[in-house]
Ligand binder design. Structure first.
Ligand code: MIC
Ligand code: SF4
Length: 643
């Protein structure tokens, strides 16, 4: 039997385990990336491992999230990352060089290689045929040190694309259609592979938009074949030598097949507050809007912004709309500046932002109260924009630009003849904002500079024989990491200070949570399905750890967050019977008797509810490796013990 594209890459990188669905597999990692909001922790963890030099083929540290410098914190963190990178063999992409995923795709990604990044949208690299996955900072630190990255061998989903997109219909509409079909939890435990005749009609940036937002399916990753289109893209980036051909075997076996006729798609939007709440622009109607934001790692490529510029050229943004545009990379920004398109955007009234994540992570541009904001981004979780009652719709760049002019939702198909932007034969190549590391024999000359905001990683202890705790929080389904550990301009500067950032943990759901958890000393959180969906931020595990959370018991977990809990030494439990969700209430006194022995033996874990006088059964489903991590009190302890 033949292999899928992902199975071929996995087979070439398999360090341990069997390639059968559900088994724990260890993969050799060729490339890593970090960004600044997760990077400080990842490098502190890397330092704690005592490995002098990264062992990957290429590791890059980006500054793209925490670029709003309203105090010393972010600037200090940038300086820390720059110096630690220089010392340990990591390339440093300076602030201003662009969003990690966009730059990685343009300058460093290689088909057939493995990449993990401390950011959930790392699967963007699937657009050029990489096996690219989001991971917690600790996992990235381990991979930089030459360790394997462990995942559960996923199921394979094939999305068969036929036909060709109609004028004004965009790659964003393709992934919105997939989200509509699969939902935000439909991809958990799966790799989504695109194939079929329609693939060759999509450019690499379009493919990258689709794989980027595969993160919102909860998928392990998404991937496209590496074909002539990929070759042309890499050639235009001066990297033709990096190209290899990659396709699935004709007799590859997929667990699920989805068929999408590209020519039948129409412009769509993900409505508040979930990326899978998809409606057509027609259905939404000519609803008034307040803001439009164009950019983010999903839709900020040269082709995206050239189309936006063509739509805006010679026109003026509607007076009641604020339009901001953040190009994805210095390459994109510079090309727009040189060919005059930037002038068209400025003349139309766009507010040009630096090439960084910006509004996507609540770093400025929060909409007005209850404001309707159309964004070309990938997440519209409640409150993420920085305005608690903001109404965020995720749309294509074409829909965004057309609507910015109209002041209402506007189907770009009403704009008349489509503007066709050809793929450039050569991109503008200038890597002067990427600082290479120092030679290995000179690493001792580099002093790592740490600001006062950088506090050590919270201490963890091996698992106790029995846990006695109270229920400090009970939440519902689809809790995102933006609920657990909110971001935004005020909180993000605290990413390297766990004690300080913990004060904001879960405050979106319950302002009293941090104080209550601390008072309880040891506690348990109860949740519903798809708990921890969204970002890779390990802070969503480290803050609960700092606040004394010992176990999280839910109906089901999102992949990266579950790993982050294990890495932090927090027990990830699932109800054996989902109905038992109702058996625990806030402040109930709980005991997990002989929990250590149960983990060691791999048996079910009983939770006795002292308050109610009842007991329920939970599952932990640990592999030998994750069992050892939990027993050691987290991945850092485990790695130290095993090195
Ligand atoms: C996000 O889009 O939520 C982020 C900010 O990029 C996160 C990483 C983080 O929280 O630092 C992600 O997607 O992993
Ligand atoms: Fe940055 Fe937004 Fe992409 Fe996250 S989703 S990496 S915040 S642009």
């Amino acid at each position: 039997m033949g292999y899928t594209i992902a199975q071929k890459i996995i087979k070439n990188h398999l360090l341990s385990g069997e390639m059968t669905v559900g088994s724990d597999i260890g993969l050799r990692i060729d490339q890593t990336l970090t960004q600044d909001a997760t990077g400080t922790m990842a490098y502190l963890e890397f330092e704690a491992m005592g490995v002098p030099r990264v062992k990957t083929e290429k590791s890059v540290a980006y500054i793209d999230h925490n670029t709003l410098q309203t105090g010393f914190e972010n600037a200090d963190d940038h300086r820390f990352i720059q110096t630690v990178a220089k010392k340990h063999g990591i390339f440093f992409s300076r602030p201003g060089n662009g969003i990690c995923h966009q730059v990685q795709l343009e300058r460093f990604g290689i088909p057939g290689k493995t990449l993990i990044g401390s950011d959930s949208h790392t699967p963007t690299g699937g657009g050029i045929g990489m096996l690219a996955m989001g991971a917690g900072g600790l996992d990235v630190a381990v991979a930089m040190g030459g360790g394997a990255y462990y995942i559960t061998m996923p199921k394979m989903v094939r999305v068969n694309l036929t036909g060709k997109l109609q004028p004004w219909v965009s790659a964003k509409d393709v992934i919105l259609e997939v989200l509509k079909i699969m939902s935000v939890k439909g991809g958990v435990g799966k790799i989504v592979e695109y194939g079929g005749e329609g693939v060759k009609t999509l450019t690499v940036p379009e493919r990258a938009t689709i794989t980027n937002m595969g993160a919102e399916l909860g998928a392990t990753t998404s991937i496209f074949p590496s074909d002539d289109v990929t070759k042309a893209f890499l050639k235009a980036q001066g990297r033709e030598a990096d190209w290899v051909e990659l396709s699935s075997d004709a007799d590859a076996n997929y667990d699920e097949i989805i068929n999408i006729d590209l020519s039948a798609l129409i412009p769509m939007a993900a409505c508040p507050h979930s990326p899978d709440n998809v409606k057509s622009i027609e259905e939404i109607g000519r609803k008034k809007i307040d803001q439009v934001c164009i950019g983010s790692c999903t839709n900020s490529s040269y082709l995206d912004l050239m189309r936006v510029a063509a739509i805006l050229k010679g026109k003026t943004v509607c007076p009641s709309v604020s339009l901001s545009i953040a190009p994805g990379s210095k390459q994109v920004y510079n090309m727009l500046a040189l060919n005059g398109a930037l002038g068209d955007l400025i003349a139309a009234g766009a507010r040009i932002l630096e090439c960084a994540c910006g509004p996507c992570i609540g770093m400025g541009q929060s909409p007005n109260s209850a404001g309707i904001s159309l964004r070309t981004f990938n997440r519209n979780f409640e409150g993420r924009s920085g305005t608690a009652d903001g109404q965020i719709y995720l749309v294509s760049p074409e829909t965004a630009a057309a609507s910015a002019l109209a002041g209402v939702f506007c189907d770009p198909r009403t704009l008349g003849e489509e503007c066709v932007i050809p793929m450039p034969e050569t991109f503008l190549i200038n890597d002067n904002m990427v600082v290479p590391p120092i030679e290995a024999d000179k690493m001792d000359t580099v002093e790592v500079l740490r600001g006062p905001n950088i506090k050590p990683f919270p201490a963890t202890a091996p698992l106790n024989d029995t846990i006695n705790a109270k229920c400090s929080l009970k939440v519902g389904d689809n809790i995102t990491t933006d609920h657990i550990m909110p971001a935004g301009a005020k909180i993000l500067p605290l990413r390297s200070n766990i004690p300080a950032i913990s004060e904001y943990c879960f405050t979106v759901c319950d302002k009293q949570f941090p104080a209550r958890a601390k008072e309880m000393k040891e506690s348990v959180i109860v949740g519903g399905v798809n708990y921890g969906q969204g970002s890779s931020r390990e802070h969503a595990a480290l803050a609960p750890l700092y606040l004394g959370v010992k176990a999280v018991v839910v109906k089901s977990f999102a992949r990266i967050h579950r790993s982050n809990l294990i890495n932090a030494g927090i027990l990830p439990l699932t109800f054996a019977d989902e109905a038992d969700y109702d058996a625990i209430d806030l402040c109930d006194e709980l005991t997990l008797p002989d929990v250590k022995m149960c983990v060691e033996n791999g048996t079910d874990i009983v939770i006795e509810n002292k308050t109610k006088g009842t007991s329920i059964v939970t599952k932990c489903d640990l592999t030998d490796r994750t069992k050892a991590i939990i027993l050691a009190g987290g991945l850092l302890n485990y790695t130290k013990e095993n090195s």
